[in-house]
Design a protein around this ligand. Structure first.
Ligand SMILES: [Zn+2]
Length: 313
């Protein structure tokens, strides 16, 4: 296959590991034979991505133009989890940017925890909701629109890196926005999570798919050093905190490609459904869906009311 070179190691040898996305539509997925980074065979251009995301992606993917109450409640609670994890490692009052802020709940949670928190997102609709209902500091901007000044003490990149045509270009750009020694938190799906079934793995919108090794090597090669990993290796999401060092240098984990293939080979429908962890997660999830139905409306109404009051005060 004659493909665009690997975004992590610049390798040019790939092997195909999938031919369908999770909905059964054709999607060729490849793995770099050198470093094991998994991605779409054909990386869409910026122009194609613009069309994809402006062409009602949110509606197609989530079925909504403004966020529903369950989505807002989930985003708020997720923001609280991330703030609990990360804030003890940040200096009080420091300046924080979320790239790809979505509804903006995480930005607001950090603001209320005492940080100067702001967010950017290329799509405008969810941001309008968050600005007008929660008073969040968010702007409709792309990463490339921010001036390359070392202005942030911390940057959050949550469920964004998997959507990027070149994670390297974006992480290098983020490194230029950060003060020396600043903290960089990245969260994305974990391809190596043990109950990820191969046929359920690949998503049209996820151009790159990471395992712990590829995420760590890529971010570190852009001038960071891993400081902390949250969650455990069974978590469906990778959650890593890096510190800005300004020193790049590529380290390729030569064993990762074979390990990733082995993990993917093991993941079949049977283990997916019968692993104890899957079952307990599933029960918890079904329980929390029911809980969301009952509580989300009340939760969000109260959230908005509190923030309207604090805006008025
Ligand atoms: Zn590679």
């Amino acid at each position: 296959m004659d493909l665009q070179s690997c975004d992590l190691c610049n390798g040019t040898e790939f092997q195909q590991i999938g031919d369908r996305d999770r909905d059964g539509n054709p999607l060729t997925t490849v793995m770099c034979s050198r470093c094991g980074l998994v991605r779409h065979a054909v990386v869409p251009s910026q122009q194609e991505l613009l069309e994809f995301y402006s062409g009602g992606y949110r509606e197609a993917y989530n079925g909504e133009r403004t966020p529903g109450v369950r989505r807002v409640m989930r985003a708020w609670k997720n923001g609280q989890r991330i703030c609990r994890q990360v804030s003890p490692l940040l200096e009080a009052g420091s300046r924080l940017l979320e790239v790809g802020a979505g509804i903006g709940c995480t930005v607001k949670v950090f603001e209320e925890a005492g940080f100067q928190a702001e967010g950017i997102d290329p799509g405008g609709e969810f941001l309008n909701y968050s600005k007008s209902n929660l008073g969040t500091t968010v702007e409709s901007k792309a990463l490339e629109d921010l001036p390359c000044e070392q202005q942030f003490d911390a940057v959050l990149l949550i469920h964004v890196i998997e959507h990027l045509p070149s994670p390297r270009a974006s992480v290098e750009r983020i490194a230029k926005l950060m003060k020396p020694g600043g903290m960089f938190y990245v969260e994305c799906p974990n391809l190596q999570a043990p109950f990820a079934r191969r046929s359920r793995l690949f998503h049209t919108a996820h151009i790159h798919n990471f395992v712990p090794s590829t995420l760590q090597c890529l971010v570190e090669s852009c001038g960071f050093r891993l400081r902390e990993i949250f969650g455990d290796d069974q978590d469906t999401n990778l959650q890593m905190l890096f510190q800005h060092t300004g020193e790049g240098g590529l380290r390729v984990d030569e064993r990762n490609a074979a390990r990733t293939l082995e993990d993917l080979g093991r993941a079949n429908a049977l283990t997916y459904h019968f692993r104890a962890r899957y079952v307990s997660d599933r029960i918890r999830k079904v329980g929390s869906y029911a809980n969301e139905h009952l509580n989300a409306k009340r939760f969000v109404a109260q959230l908005i009311e509190e923030h309207q009051e604090s805006k008025a005060a």
